[in-house]
Write a new protein. Structure first.
Length: 532
């Protein structure tokens, strides 16, 4: 019974949101409901999160609106279907864990940027504006909206403000009835009674919502169309994967469950493949609806199935009444969605307390999302994060000479004259290769033999091995022998494969430093090896 009740509540919550997200994405309002029905049902059946609710979400608005404006509704549905295939493939090849490597400043930056774009994008319906045509960029749309401000429609604006107040204040008095539903019903009743002139409604803008079940629709797909929409499809797939897995993580924290990220991507892939075939578009896990489900006692996929059936019952039985819903109330609901999505407090905390590099990463991702493009923002954000990580990792590599105390502990009988021992600490990879080569090349004054302890080197790549080979050549040209020791088995195998041990005249890089010192002491001759 708890899952039945939770599913009913979530279905009621999802109704105004589905229509609002669809309209903001450039689609018809019923297409948002179709998306909630199909995706909510299939993601619950084939995904791994027991309590996640899937459907249209605010995070997709910016991407989907751009695709609709450029390629039309058919292009949006083809891109959504292709994104579903990409998500399915990602799940099948077990790429679910990779999403976790996108850093928090990047996620917060583009999420807050999306919220700003959604907020500004709703000014037209919220204020009843009639802006002139604008370019595709945010600053162009903002300039046109500001120019249209003197012509705001007061009945629309007052209705929007009243609806916004209801959405914000109603939860203080009741949580059993979702505040977006209260606002939608109240604003619709007011408009139906007073018939304010100039207030746009679903009926005046879209001709109402058709009753009945969504019909199977196969989009016209061609090879040229697929190539054209490949980029948008990958964008939808990546954002859908991030949102769905974040939603599943939040659900696990609230409900004490555990999800399989790969199976979750499979479920989302199937949902996104089927949704466009029934008139819908891209869907993903919805954090707000999932939280509502958990708070109302939902603890199994049955709640998501009931949520989908609730939306289906509404569109079959109550579709004609939707013609009276003012677009202003949907804009007010999206204002609140944008505020919640912005994570303004988290954004502010990162700006105040995060390391400088993370602050820069946050701001760059945010500004690129707003003024350039979400795809560019995420790509640049992840690339910069990777470069910053490699820089930090390269700075952790240390090359230190052993102190007298450590030498005494290593070799109580004393280290042979002319032998210098150095410990390398940290990963040797291409980011640290130049520093490693530069530092090591200056550590051979008055030495006849240099011993490199590799016990604290977890891994090495080809660039670092080449740098090590260059250092060895540099030493041998000055008649200084080099020995390596204490390498872990994997590292020793790589050095052997690279041919570096042959150049050193060693057979094993994993021997102890004592064995190396014993070899040096017992050597009959200390003549330098041939220069190679």
């Amino acid at each position: 019974m708890r899952n039945l009740g939770a599913g009913l509540v979530v279905g009621v919550v999802a109704l105004p949101l589905a229509m609002a997200f669809a309209i903001a994405s450039g689609a018809r309002p019923e297409q948002g409901i179709y998306t909630g029905i199909v995706a909510g049902l299939l993601a619950a059946l084939f995904g791994s999160s027991r309590v996640s609710i899937s459907g249209p979400t605010g995070a997709f608005i910016v991407i989907l609106a751009g695709i609709t404006a450029k390629y039309g509704i058919d292009g949006l549905q083809i891109a959504s279907l292709m994104a579903g295939l990409i998500l399915l493939a990602m799940g099948l090849v077990k790429l679910g864990g990779i999403i976790r490597f996108i850093p928090t400043p990047v996620i917060t930056g583009f999420t807050t940027g999306i919220a700003v774009i959604i907020w500004v994008g709703q000014w037209k319906d919220f204020l009843g504006l009639h802006p002139a045509a604008s370019g595709p960029h945010f600053h162009e749309k903002l300039a046109v909206l500001v120019d249209a401000m003197p012509g705001l429609h007061w009945p629309t604006t007052l209705l929007s403000l009243a609806a916004l107040a209801v959405v914000v204040i109603a939860p203080r008095f009741t949580r059993r009835i979702p505040s977006p539903l209260i606002a939608m019903l109240a604003a619709t009743a007011v408009q139906a009674h007073f018939q304010f002139a100039g207030v746009a409604t679903i009926g005046s803008a879209f001709g109402g919502i058709p009753s009945g079940l969504p019909e199977l629709h196969l989009p016209q797909v061609s090879f040229a169309r697929v190539l054209e929409l490949l980029g948008p499809a990958f964008t939808i797939a990546m954002l859908g994967a991030i949102e769905s897995l974040l939603c599943a993580v939040v659900a696990d924290g609230m409900a004490g469950t555990r999800h399989d990220p790969n199976q979750e991507l499979v479920g989302q892939g199937i949902a996104n493949i089927a949704s466009p075939l029934f008139g819908g578009f891209a869907a993903t896990g919805a954090i707000a609806r999932t939280a509502t489900n958990i708070r109302n006692g939902g603890d199994s996929p049955l709640a998501s199935i009931v949520h989908a059936l609730t939306l289906l019952a509404v569109i079959v039985a109550l579709a004609p009444l939707a013609a009276h819903i003012p677009l202003a109330v949907l804009a007010a609901i999206l204002f609140v969605v944008a505020w919640n999505m912005s994570e303004a407090r988290h954004f502010s905390d990162l700006l105040r307390h995060a390391p400088t590099n993370d602050k820069v990463l946050l701001l760059i991702t945010f500004l690129l999302t707003v003024f350039a493009d979400l795809v560019i923002a995420v790509n640049v954000g992840v690339l910069l994060a990777a470069l910053l990580f490699m820089k930090r990792m390269s700075e952790t590599v240390r090359i230190e000479g052993e102190s007298e105390a450590s030498l005494a502990a290593l070799c109580p009988v004393g280290v042979p004259a002319g032998v210098q021992i150095y410990s390398i600490d940290g990963p040797l990879f291409f980011g640290a290769a130049a520093t490693f080569e530069r530092t090591l090349a200056g550590l051979h004054d008055q030495a006849r033999v240099v011993v490199l302890r590799l016990g604290r080197v977890p891994f090495v790549d080809a660039t670092a091995m080449q740098a090590l080979a260059d250092v060895v050549r540099h030493f041998q040209q000055r008649h200084i022998r080099v020995r390596v020791c204490e390498a872990n088995p994997r590292l020793a195998h790589k050095l052997q494969q690279f041919g570096l041990l042959d150049k050193l005249g060693q057979q094993d890089a994993s021997v102890s430093v004592l064995d190396v010192l014993a070899e040096i002491t017992d050597a009959a001759s200390t003549a330098p090896p041939a220069v190679y």
